[in-house]
Design a binder for this molecule. Sequence first.
Ligand SMILES: Nc1nc2c(ncn2[C@@H]2O[C@H](COP(=O)(O)OP(=O)(O)O)[C@@H](O)[C@H]2O)c(=O)[nH]1
Ligand SMILES: [Mg+2]
Length: 178
Amino acid sequence: MSTPRVVLFGPMGIGKTTAIRTLCGDGAVDCDVVNLDTASHDKATTTVGADFGIVHLDGGEMLHVYGSPGQDRFGFLRQWLLSFAVGAMVLVDPHAPDALADTARTLREVRETAPGVACVVLVARPTSTDAMGRLAEALARELGQAIPVMSVDVRDRAQMLDALDLLVAVLPDEEVDA
Ligand SMILES: Nc1nc2c(ncn2[C@@H]2O[C@H](COP(=O)(O)OP(=O)(O)O)[C@@H](O)[C@H]2O)c(=O)[nH]1
Ligand SMILES: [Mg+2]
């Protein structure tokens, strides 16, 4: 049995690298380099490859977690990550200008590339229950299918483990039993 693999998606600066560090600790590998694209996001570093870490769950199970770079030009890397993933987590700040369009586009890309991959949406910045509900409804309308949405602080391990539990809950049965 191979170790289940989960991929994190989301725009630059949303918290993919942080989430992997939170889940996997210092053993996580990141591909961050100095950010030359400060017009897109004002942060010191950015990811130019797939982050990777191993999550050790309390029951002794392991998960491999990959972080996809957010920039459009890394589409080929997203396709590769999806070729072996069982689940995808799409991180979003619902108050970002293109939050709905970006999240819907990523979810569509996942569905078209890898229809069997389970998806959840993680609201990774503080927001109201109402704003989360509106996002969930708008996504369901856009995609013609309901996608589980939950709120997380990517810096909090317990919350990230809850997010993994949610993803496991929506995996197809054969992936859970494998
Ligand atoms: N203020 C604030 N910062 C956050 C929150 N969640 C994540 N961050 C920070 O946002 C940054 C995300 O950067 P990073 O993980 O490199 O994003 P990536 O580009 O998606 O990999 C980190 O500095 C986090 O500490 C939050 O809820 N509030
Ligand atoms: Mg990153």
